[in-house]
Design a protein around this ligand. Structure first.
Ligand code: FEO
Length: 405
């Protein structure tokens, strides 16, 4: 992909990664992009770099606009490897450029590079940099999603470089939301936003709310949000801001996700009467088998539904490994405002359902007990129990959901 002008001399000069399907363990069926931006002004400024493997692409894109040796400033909003490791190649071409970075960012940067000959200025919230016609305002966003993170705002263009926030893992010929909606669909873009939030930003809901409030207090008007991954928001940046606020406030569908795994199909057979019970109370329900579903997709489905039923057979007196693995991932994401229950089957000795409940309680989720645990294969009576538990769980989900309406 060639360089693309975003607004008034500000160019996207990043790279699309069409092939990546495993982004440090996170499934990326649509690939991703590493976005960075070049600002043409009296002092030519580069905002972020890219993953090391793509450094030659961003350099080619920069060179299509200006000799990279003329870059005067490099803003590093975030030092995770996918955005920062290309900086070595940039600094070789423009060794006298000044790097603008947070204090924590600098501490991280020196673990990767010999920075002794680089000029580095540490910035904090409210600091500004005039680069000619344009003024950059720096906003620290610690723990969104790393301690070093910050965003950079271009006052004259009302444009926010938001690093990971508001991004999506999408590789596309489209650079902007309006272009993407034309060639793909809004529903797909919305789905990519939820996917990204659920898998990366779920733990930081409170911080997201307080940072958006800070931005509002500073009276910053935003017309374009340019994240470090995926599509740039220029048609309706307010939509993605609102989507983040909604998710941070616990928004979910009043529906249930049944997320399970199975050894000899007994736990699987329980999902059908459970679903029928849920449906009998008027709720939608999706069934997700863990070993048939990428982890990040299961997490997204967990996040989209207000209620979740975890299904696990007992293996060696504990939860089935794929279910334990899923719950461990979810626990790390510190979910809030969700209600859960558990069910499963066992052969000679149970225990998995009890263990699943212990894990759900450790996460601080609302739980509906005692769930259903059956021996060997579900009998007609067991199926009836599953139906009744599904219906009771749906009623509890509906009642819990009213807190968020
Ligand atoms: Fe896209 Fe936190 O890196």
């Amino acid at each position: 992909m060639n360089a693309v002008e975003v607004r008034n001399g500000i160019y996207w000069v990043g790279a699309c990664d069409w092939e990546v399907r495993d982004f440090h363990g996170y499934e990326t069926p649509r690939g991703t992009s590493y976005n960075n931006y070049l600002i043409m002004d009296d002092e030519i400024t580069l905002v972020d770099t890219v993953k090391y493997d793509f450094a030659d692409i961003t350099l080619k894109n920069i060179a299509s606009i200006v000799d990279p040796a003329r870059i005067k400033n490099v803003v590093v909003n975030h030092i995770e490897n996918d955005h920062m490791t290309g900086i070595g190649d940039i600094m070789k071409l423009t060794p006298n450029a000044t790097i603008y970075i947070t204090d924590k960012g600098k501490k991280g940067l020196e673990r990767f590079f010999d920075i002794s000959k680089w000029t580095i200025k540490v910035v904090k919230t409210g600091d500004t940099l005039s680069i000619g016609q344009k003024t950059l305002l720096f906003l620290e966003t610690p723990m969104l999603h790393w301690p070093d993170s910050m965003m950079t705002y271009v006052k004259e263009d009302k444009l926010l470089f938001s690093q990971d926030a508001f991004g999506q893992h999408i590789a596309s010929a489209a650079r902007f939301d309006d272009e993407y909606i034309t060639c793909q669909s809004m529903a797909e873009l919305d789905d990519a936003v939820v996917d990204y939030y659920a898998n990366i930003l779920m733990p930081f809901g409170q911080l997201i709310k307080s940072k958006i409030a800070d931005v509002q207090k500073l009276g910053i008007e935003i017309e374009i949000i340019a994240p470090d991954h995926g599509i740039i928001w220029r048609k309706d940046p307010g939509k993605v801001l609102q989507a983040y606020l909604d998710m941070a406030n616990g928004k979910a569908n009043c529906s249930v996700a049944i997320i399970y795994d199975t050894m000899w199909h007994s736990t699987e057979k329980m999902t059908v009467p459970l679903l029928e019970g849920i449906k009998s109370e008027g709720l939608d329900c999706k069934i997700i088998k863990l070993r048939a579903t990428p982890m990040s997709v299961a997490i997204k489905e967990f996040w989209k539904a207000r209620g979740c039923l975890i299904g696990t057979p007992t293996l060696n007196n504990i939860m089935f490994p794929s279910v334990a693995n899923f719950l461990t991932h979810v626990r790390g994401l510190r979910p809030k405002n969700r209600i859960a229950g558990a069910f499963g089957s066992f052969g000679w000795g149970g225990g998995a359902v009890k263990e699943a409940y212990e894990m759900l309680k450790k996460m601080g989720l609302e739980v509906v007990e005692p769930g259903v645990e059956i021996n060997f294969k579900p009998s007609l009576e067991d199926e009836k129990k599953c139906f009744e538990f599904g219906a009771a769980f749906a009623r509890a989900t509906k009642e819990y959901h009213t807190k968020f309406e």
